[in-house]
Design a protein around this ligand. Structure first.
Ligand SMILES: C[S@@+](CC[C@H](N)C(=O)[O-])C[C@H]1O[C@@H](n2cnc3c(N)ncnc32)[C@H](O)[C@@H]1O
Length: 312
């Protein structure tokens, strides 16, 4: 399929203005909120919102609202998506204005990451209590063992391992495993938990979910347990995961279903207020995974889902 003449004109007009090109250049990686774009471009919120609306109408960006935050990202799966990717390929990132915008964007992201890291570092010692606040933990853990019972797990990866609970849980079932996390404080606790329990075949190390520093097709099982709602770009994390999964390998994602508890953003550093099944389905379709099942569990205040997908 190609675009109609009208759609092509609309898309090119959408991109054909300096501020809108600058906005598109910010979307090289990940999703951004209006507030973040405003702090990078230092123009008024109504102006930026108008440009964003035009870019969405032109089919170049997509938006979704979650509570009081609106997220924007490059459109996916449309003809216009190919056009916007080509525009980004031609973007002169060494241009002074664009370079300055990228620097501001890095500052904005660094500040955001600093706040989240501070939260995890400050709360590492209490994490085991915090993690059980909203989630029927035992039920989740039993289910995780059940949906992986048929697997022979030579190597597993726990992304955002925190205090290492998932490594402990799978220690009987996996020949070896590694947990990665950005927070050194969390990793220190995970290490001492594993040591106390003499779990020597599971290791932890500092690592980033967007760049796992592992070879292609290295893992049988990857777990994301209550991690993706902290991510700027969950799709990029799933893409990186699909790369390191062996064929027929499995990824299991445990996370909240869409909710409206905004205070989790301020008090618990959450970026996303849960995910819908269709969003997870989109990540899978875009990264070569097959979504096999969605299990929903009711929590006291929040519902969670466990999604299982396999690599094609
Ligand atoms: C809510 S905790 C969950 C920990 C663990 N999975 C559990 O369920 O107990 C989220 C963890 O993700 C880590 N994290 C956040 N962003 C990350 C990233 N880009 N790469 C790796 N870990 C990250 C945090 O440091 C934190 O330890």
């Amino acid at each position: 399929m190609t675009l109609t003449l009208d759609q092509l004109l609309h898309a090119l007009k959408g991109a054909g203005e300096e501020t809108r090109l600058r906005i598109l250049a910010l979307f090289k990686s990940g999703e951004l909120t209006v507030t973040e774009i405003v702090s990078v471009l230092r123009q008024s919120q109504p102006r930026i919102s108008r440009h964003l609306r035009l870019l969405c109408e032109a089919g170049l960006l997509e938006r979704h609202r979650e509570g009081t935050w609106i997220f924007y990202r490059l459109s996916e799966g449309k003809e216009q998506s190919k056009l916007v990717k080509s525009i980004l390929d031609f973007m002169p990132y060494d241009d002074q204005i664009l370079q300055h915008d990228q620097e501001r964007l890095s500052e904005v992201k660094r500040e955001r990451d600093r706040k989240a890291a501070e939260y995890f570092n400050d709360n590492a010692a209490n994490w085991d209590q915090i993690r059980s606040l909203y989630v029927p933990e035992q039920q989740v853990e039993e289910y995780l063992l059940k949906v992986t019972k048929d697997m022979q797990i030579e190597e597993m990866l726990d992304v955002g391992t925190g205090t290492g609970r998932m490594l402990e849980l799978f220690s009987q079932n996996a020949t070896s495993g590694v947990g990665i996390d950005l927070s050194r404080e969390m990793l220190a606790i995970a290490r001492s938990h594993l040591e106390q329990k003499s779990i020597n075949h599971m290791q932890v190390r500092q690592g980033d979910m967007y760049d796992l520093a592992l070879p292609d097709q290295a893992m049988d099982l990857v777990i994301f347990h209550q991690v993706l709602h902290f991510a700027d770009d969950p799709l990029a994390a799933i893409k990186e995961t699909a790369r390191i999964l062996r064929p027929n390998g499995r990824v299991v994602i445990v996370d909240f279903l869409p909710h409206k508890i905004e205070k989790l953003r301020e008090e618990y550093a959450h970026r996303r207020l849960g995910f819908s099944k269709s969003e997870v389905q989109d990540w899978c379709s875009l990264t070569g995974l097959n979504l096999k099942s969605t299990e929903i569990m009711k929590g006291s205040e929040l519902d969670i889902a466990i999604w299982v997908a396999t690599k094609k």
